[in-house]
Design a protein around this ligand. Sequence first.
Ligand code: BES
Ligand code: MN
Ligand code: ZN
Length: 509
Amino acid sequence: MSHEFTATLTTNSGAAPIQADPSADPVRFEGDAMVLFLCPGGVSGAAAEVDRATGGLISRLIDAGELTGKRYECVPLLAPPGLACGQLLVIGTGSADEVDAGLLYRAAAVAARQLSSRPRSRVGFLAEGRWTNEQLEQAVAGAAVGMVGQDLYRAEKKQHPFATTIWLEAAVEVVGRGALIADGVNLARRLVNLPPDDLYPETFAEEAATIAGRAGLEIEIWDQARLERENCRALLAVARGSTRSPRLVLLHYRGLRGSGQPGGPPDLALVGKGVTFDSGGLSLKPSDGMLTMKCDMSGAAAALGAIATIAALKLPVHVVAAVGLVENMNGSAAYKLGDVVTARSGVTIEIHNTDAEGRVVLADVLDVVADLQPRRIVDTATLTGACMVALGRDIAGVFTNDQACCDAVTAAAEAVGERVWQLPMDRDFDEQIESPVADIKNVGDGRLGGAITAAKLLERFVRGIPWTHIDIAGPAFADKPRPWIAGGGTGSMVRPFVELARRTGHAKA
Ligand code: BES
Ligand code: MN
Ligand code: ZN
């Protein structure tokens, strides 16, 4: 008996069903392809079963050195003898003791991405009995992310999501959860990949409303007039240079056990930077630096993708997501260098660089969220190039005012295989954002430690609530395709946020 899950959050044209078949016989699996996960050092588990059916083909190829099982090695065996599938795709996972959920997410994605280069109707993935549920879940998610490309605006698609994916020898509930996680990731990726003239504050808010309807979330959309009434003058200042009107979107998911009472404070607030295009404003970016700045709403996309998945998983937590949506442009009404803006909290910010806009927007969003008194605030933002200088493309920087909160975020991220690294928040950096004329200025002194001075500004707006900031300037967007993901938005922080909400729910239960 097989069970089917179809993506419901995304509006990807390729949304395709994912099935679980716990009692499948891989030898008899009929389909275009079957994916086999292989570790170095001989066949065991599912691989041994397949090896026997093929009359020892796998072990012969291992002996000949054609198959090694090393990490992400991907070898197609066409028309394998003794099997009913058209092709056996062997994907290496590296040594068994180093296999974890993050590795399986990427390995499954590599295999799916490779197979999706042509249309396929049925693709099977053979789960390993020794995997934990968490590992299987991430493998399922990885396969469903890997098969979706960056093809929204291309007549000839480079990737073709499988008509049907079947997870063999896999538990139904786990496969269902993996499919929902992939849904949130693919939603975030799609929003990031939309060009800035298609996705701007108003249309992002419309997307959020559509998702809220599907996922059963409460939604509040603040338009220009509401933002003015709420004194969100920092966010509004950034928006002024654009013809696109800004929005602030608040989403509530009240899981069953949420803080005991339905009206209680949120357990977790997810905050995202939603700059739908960052030209730099009057501190205009050079052309090269501006090219990928549609990605500057990746934090907002992550918060939305995550809360949608959290709701779909029916996790027993009360989560709120808040995103500040603006376009940073240099129109004639643009905010200027030397301007002093009064943030919603009353703190005045002197503008020294209009390209340091993310922190100015988040100042107001964090203040709105602090009103709700959540137990924890976690924000994510493509905030600084300096964070990429420090940590490279694949590792996010984390910053906190509360070590326990940060440890929880870090543990959740590592559990799903997204790399984060904590950077210091020494008091000295506060001196760098002192302003000669206002309470603070929006940049530090010079470029050094720029990721930290940005975090230091955010810290001023969380009112001492346990808070962690995640700078995803590096990991949010892949300039070039990687073996496990097409170029473009990566869906960074969706899986860590979902995992964090799950752990928050467990801790209470
Ligand atoms: N959105 C950028 C940061 C960014 C850079 C994200 C590269 C992804 C890739 C942010 O708004 C920005 O421009 N930051 C400035 C800050 C500086 C002016 C203090 C930067 O990093 O250069
Ligand atoms: Mn900027
Ligand atoms: Zn920016």
